[in-house]
Design a binder for this molecule. Structure first.
Ligand code: HEM
Ligand code: HEM
Length: 173
């Protein structure tokens, strides 16, 4: 089934979830630049794709949010005792997925570097733009916050599956 239902996520939501989880995992290897200034295998093979994959993620999150809006009345329900907490947690993950590429763009534009994705120039090199650089300064702190949220999110998924033994993980698989 393509659409979501009250008991499970449909194939479109699942594809968005796992494709984007994989690409975001890839993006987090950018932290590897902190080790030996990125002069290692990770820094030389995965990290050079950071701007291209980040731009792709910006397109994907816009499409995903549009899809979530169309499915909002038919998504799996959560335990009423913690439903608000779950919604807030997922809301923060969505906010992180939207803000990371936007602030990343601002790092590049603020520094006057322009933005190219997969060999295509989206914004040409220019003068430095102070306001964009100021927004770009949030990219790194947000990356740490998103990482903490993701760790909590994965931890909760595993608690549901192995300790509470409910179908929370299965309905996303
Ligand atoms: C979901 C998308 C993205 C994620 C998860 C992400 C994640 C990260 C992480 C983890 C770092 C390392 C921060 C640190 O060591 O403190 C980083 C740095 C960086 N990112 Fe991204 N990024 C994303 C999108 C983008 C995009 C779209 C661009 C550019 C168009 C971009 C440009 C940069 C740049 C230039 C840096 C190095 C400068 C800095 O740390 O401020 N990122 N990113
Ligand atoms: C191994 C990694 C991951 C696992 C095991 C996992 C597991 C799950 C599960 C089981 C659900 C359904 C929860 C429910 O119905 O209450 C879910 C939903 C969700 N996950 Fe993940 N997840 C992972 C990675 C990620 C990442 C990296 C992100 C984004 C940064 C993310 C964002 C979301 C969001 C926003 C939802 C809400 C449903 C939707 O609209 O897609 N997940 N995840």
């Amino acid at each position: 089934m393509k659409r979501d239902s009250k008991t499970r996520y449909g194939s479109i939501s699942k594809t968005f979830h796992w494709l984007m989880a994989g690409l975001i995992g890839w993006q987090l290897f950018k932290f590897g630049d902190r080790i030996a200034e990125g002069e290692h295998w990770v820094g030389e093979t995965l990290v050079p794709w950071h701007v291209s994959i980040g731009t792709l993620l910006l397109v994907l999150i816009v499409l995903r949010l549009a899809w979530v809006i169309t499915q909002r009345h038919q998504r799996p329900a959560h335990d009423p005792a913690i439903a608000r907490l779950v919604k807030a947690g997922h809301g923060l993950l969505f906010a992180g997925m939207l803000l990371m590429p936007i602030t990343g763009m601002m790092v590049m534009l603020g520094g006057g570097h322009g933005v190219s994705a997969f060999g295509m120039e989206l914004f040409a090199k220019s003068e430095e733009i102070a306001w964009a650089a100021a927004i770009g300064n949030l990219h790194s702190p947000l990356a740490w916050l998103l990482t903490a949220l993701i760790i909590g999110h994965i931890g909760m998924a595993l608690i549901h599956h192995f300790i509470r033994k409910d179908d929370t993980l299965k309905r996303m698989l």
